[in-house]
Write a protein that binds this ligand. Sequence first.
Ligand code: PLP
Length: 525
Amino acid sequence: MLSRQGRPTIPDAAAPDAASAAEHHTFTGNRALQQIEPLLFEIGSTERCGVDLDEPAPFTARLGGLEAAAPVDLPALSEPETMRHFVRLSQKNYGIDTGMFPLGSCTMKHNPRLNERMARLPGFADVHPLQPVATVQGALAVMDQLAHWLLTLTGMPAVALSPKAGAHGELLGLMAIKAAIAARGEGKTRDVVLVPESAHGTNPATAALLGFRVKSVPARADGAVHLDDVAGLLGPDVAAIMLTNPNTCGLFEPQIVEIAAALHAAGGYFYCDGANFNAIVGKVRPGDLGVDAMHINLHKTFSTPHGGGGPGAGPVVLSERLAPFAPVPFVRKGADGQLALVEQAGEGSAAQAFGRLTAFHGQMGMYVRALSFMLSHGGEGLRQASEDAVLNANYVRASLADLLTAPFGDRPCMHEALFDDAWLKDTGVTTLDIAKALIDEGFHPMTVYFPLVVHGAMLIEPTESESKVSLDLFIAAMRDLAMAAKRGDVARFTGAPRHAPLRRLDETRAARQPVLRWTRPLPVA
Ligand SMILES: *Cc1c(COP(=O)(O)O)cnc(C)c1O
């Protein structure tokens, strides 16, 4: 085990983990070729320098006494030390390029390398948001074509491209709804947003952030949102419903059309959380369901990379009623065939735009990758991707059905298979234990404890990327874990993961009290 100073220390024999740690003890703390990586500050030293710099020529300071009085305390490293540090860090990333990543709701699908090649073309990679419009016609054409595909696939009349994530898209959609309601003179009275209990946490958070009051639509035993429950909450105070379809239980909402109609009749708007659009592309057009606004996570449905805080993109398609309130900027084709950017809210076609959501135009690199995915698949290919995603999820569901329990019975699912923890009753093993033991097996765990309406939920989304061979391996690993839990092999689970460099972390404390600043350790007395 390495100390904070990067020097080996003797493991503490009294530590609670000692027995299992000793089993795998190494002098360095490394586990085979998985190496512990200290901070740059712990490797480097301010006392040395990674490069040879000439002494500066004598000069007169002209900073009026504001020059730094003490060294800035940056660690200095040699080139190989620097190289190793960053390469080792990069190897700690488990990603879809490393192995299966069945994280439900997140859609970790393969990002074809063709997308990367397209995004790296200098004309796209080096484009600057402040370039004169005449010099970026190609980039605007990509945005225009991407918009065309999104509108065609959703059957909607307008799209706003700028949001940088699904949650950001939710914000755009609800801001447009707020603006539309204010324009009707109902800004003071329509302030309720209905959100089903199974919704992603970003839905109620978005509504609350904009000052709406959130009312919960109760969960039903069949995992669906029921018209009766929604109708009971409708009134002149309801601004919108935020409904996910297919929902977070992996089911297509059977009454979605009736719910949309009831909402419209009561004067409200239908915001659809479209994060699961990847299950229905080419099969269902959300515009035909009565949707007024829906975000599309390009980083889920159209394969652009995500996770680890990387950029996403969450364009929002809008109905006729909401389109006038879409924010600037947007692309317009002029009479001369040239593409232009409408940049000012309140002018011309942007007369009712609610303003601007982002400084510039959104995630250009993601637009290129998503359009590359669309053009290389074609309409038929996109439909097949959805069909294969659904097929793969059902294959996993059916292959585990005899060992695990599913909250909604044996019904087919859409793109993700949902299990609960009823099958773990009296085993002493929990959903979390299963997830941690999967890490030992070399898999990123599935989504756990979400949706909240299902006890001990395990949400598995294989996506269309996985071959039958890789699905079979995952299924076999899951079956092995399930059988171990059922025969009482609790030891396999407590303390898992055993083969990861770090074991069970205090994730809550890491999130609530993150240590973001390195402080120099006190000199050893
Ligand atoms: C991923 C997801 C979101 C949020 O999207 P981000 O791009 O992560 O902000 C919202 N709702 C559902 C159902 C999701 O799966």
